[in-house]
Design a protein around this ligand. Structure first.
Ligand SMILES: Nc1ncnc2c1ncn2[C@@H]1O[C@H](COP(=O)(O)OP(=O)(O)OP(=O)(O)O)[C@@H](O)[C@H]1O
Ligand SMILES: [Mg+2]
Length: 585
């Protein structure tokens, strides 16, 4: 039953009053009965009674008179108890129930309307209800203060949110600028390097006249330094792309042994030169991997070149692959271990101290010792390598002790079993070609061309090449390189000019840069390759735009070949020559 406190008090007091009345009535009735019985006794004549009996009768009569008075007192007491009960109810209602009801109503108001925290309760007196009311008022005052504080914090948060939003927008703008800057930088750094490397190669190969032994030595050193500069630029650009989350990897199904072989082949002369023993362990049951061949080669090359650099002559370097991931020392076995293969590069070199191991994967970190100083380097190789491995969802770690050699390990994902069945059936996967190669077009051009290399240079006479590049230095370098071919070279410095040339004078091949004024190399290529009159003309893109997405876009626009800066002059001549004769064969 849902009763208010006043009702409950009323019930309480009424119960007391009624029970008092009931007891009073019972007493009154028994008094009545006793006195009527006694009246019967005293009504009898006293003539024959003894003195003792008369005295008893006298006493009983006094008692009857007394009981009549008691009855009046009892009745008055009953009335009084009702009055006291009513008064008690009234008093308690006013003093206790009313303040509690008032408190309840205010608390209800506060809870329903959170803004009404200023509500207070006024109660006079000194008792507990007064204290309760004071505590309530204090509580509502402190709630009000807290609400004001929360509102202030909210306003502050909103302001910070706004600032954060602005900072984010600024950061995005800066990131976009950094990205633009990166591609400009990449272009601007590679172009002069292309010119330097191009002429060094032409001079070294005596294409611009005879040179003596000493000049050749000097040029070889300059060429090596230019290569070093090129790899430094590539590393810096890679690092910036990693930091901008713009580093792209393209995973395909590959035979790891073949991939490793290619990387090892390019390093073998360096092992021999330093007097190091080199072994590879590639088990026959090694599963195919799902990886970016070019990037994994970069990882292997860095690990092998580190092993060469940091192992003294007479030492040994081992490259081994394991069909699944081994337990890592001091760490738990990976749950994903069976889905990955492990590659180890072990050396018997100078090794690393515990505190160095923690840092060698940081960018630009190099152990500061004479061996490192002797070899130079930028300290970026391992940082980039680890990022490449992690982009493949693999991991890279090192086990080493100072003076006892090092083992660098990394993992690569195995190819999906369904892909593996197809890949194993396809001989190409075992022959070093991916099953799903996006660079297939590139390789096709090279291999087709190679087949036709025997065709003589006489086919080239009377043929013309349109060279489109807005950089006069690169233009001049390419003209010098193409001087090896007996054909006419026409030049254009922007896309529109090139387009006019193509429609005015028939040409047999177009060498095209991407970053051209007025009309980009991509657009120009697409126009040429979609026009009935010109679509048969082979297009070779020769550009500093070396990102994989840029190369792919070139092929999508219809290019027949894509060569990136810095290029090797002989290679460019060979590929252009092969493409021209393959089109006429
Ligand atoms: N096999 C190794 N044995 C001993 N120390 C090594 C080994 N590999 C790497 N280090 C240490 O880790 C450092 C970082 O290696 P990392 O490959 O990142 O840079 P680097 O080889 O100095 O320069 P680069 O950027 O040309 O690769 C090295 O400078 C060297 O001090
Ligand atoms: Mg290195």
């Amino acid at each position: 039953m849902n009763l208010s406190i006043t009702q409950k008090l009323a019930i309480g007091f009424l119960t007391i009053a009624f029970s008092t009345a009931a007891v009073g009535t019972l007493a009154y009735v028994s008094l009545l009965r006793i006195s009527s019985e006694l009246q019967v006794v005293v009504a009898a004549p006293l003539n024959t009674a003894s003195a003792r009996d008369r005295e008893i009768v006298q006493r009983v009569r006094r008692l009857i008179r007394q009981s009549a008075q008691d009855k009046i007192i009892l009745f008055a007491g009953m009335i009084l108890s009702f009055i006291i009960a009513w008064w008690g109810w009234l008093f308690l209602s006013r003093q206790v129930a009313d303040p509690i009801i008032s408190l309840t109503q205010k608390a209800d108001l506060i809870s329903r309307q959170s803004g009404k925290l200023h509500e207070t309760v006024t109660i006079s007196g000194q008792d507990e209800t007064k204290k309760l009311a004071m505590a309530f008022n204090q509580m509502s005052a402190s709630l009000q203060e807290q609400q004001m504080e929360i509102e202030r914090i909210n306003r502050e948060l909103e302001r910070r949110d706004q600032l954060l939003g602005e900072a984010n927008a600024k950061l995005e703008r800066l990131n976009a600028m950094k990205s633009d800057f990166l591609s400009i930088l990449s272009h601007e750094l590679r172009t002069p390097l292309t010119v330097i490397k191009g002429y060094l190669s032409l001079i070294k190969n005596q294409r611009l006249g005879p040179i003596n032994e000493q000049q050749l030595k000097g040029l070889t050193i300059a060429d090596e330094r230019a290569d070093h500069l090129n790899s430094l630029i590539s590393d810096l650009l890679d690092l910036s792309r990693i930091e901008l989350n713009k580093y792209e990897i393209r995973q395909e199904v590959w035979d790891l042994a073949k991939m490793a072989e290619a990387a090892v082949d390019s390093m073998r002369p360096l092992f021999e030169k330093k007097g190091l023993r080199f072994k590879t362990h590639m088990p026959a049951e090694l599963p195919l991997v799902y990886a970016d061949k070019q990037k994994v080669s970069q990882v292997l090359t860095n690990l092998l070149s580190n092993a060469i650099k940091f192992t003294p002559a007479g030492g040994e370097v081992i490259l081994e692959a394991l069909p699944s991931v081994e337990e890592r020392s001091g760490e738990e076995i990976w749950p994903e271990g069976d889905d990955f293969v492990q590659i180890n590069v072990k050396d018997t070199g100078i090794g690393l101290a515990e505190e160095e191991i923690q840092k060698i994967f940081d960018k630009f970190y190099q152990v500061d010792d004479s061996v490192t100083r002797e070899h130079g380097g930028s300290g970026l190789g391992l940082c980039i390598a680890r990022n490449i491995v992690e982009l493949h969802h693999g991991r890279m770690w090192v086990k080493s002790r100072k003076g006892e050699g090092s083992t660098f390990s990394f993992t690569l994902p195995k190819a999906d079993s369904s892909l593996m069945t197809e890949a194993k059936a396809a001989p190409s996967a075992k022959e070093g070609k991916p099953l799903f190669s996006l660079a297939a077009a590139d390789e096709k051009v090279s291999s087709d061309s190679r087949k036709r290399q025997k065709i003589g240079g006489e086919d080239m006479a009377e043929r013309s090449i349109l060279l489109v590049d807005n950089n006069p230095l690169i233009q001049q370098l390419i003209i010098t390189c193409l001087g090896a071919l007996p054909c006419k070279i026409i030049t254009a410095s922007d896309g529109i000019e090139a387009l006019e040339r193509v429609f005015q004078t028939p040409v047999d091949l177009i060498v095209l840069d991407i970053n051209l004024p007025r009309l980009s190399g991509y657009d120009l290529c697409q126009i040429i390759k979609t026009n009935e009159k010109t679509k048969h003309i082979p297009v070779v893109i020769l550009s500093a735009s070396a990102q994989r997405s840029e190369i792919e876009r070139g092929f999508q626009m219809g290019a027949n070949d894509y060569i990136t800066h810095p290029f090797v002059p002989e290679e460019v001549v060979k590929r252009i020559h092969n493409l021209m004769i393959s089109k006429t064969a």
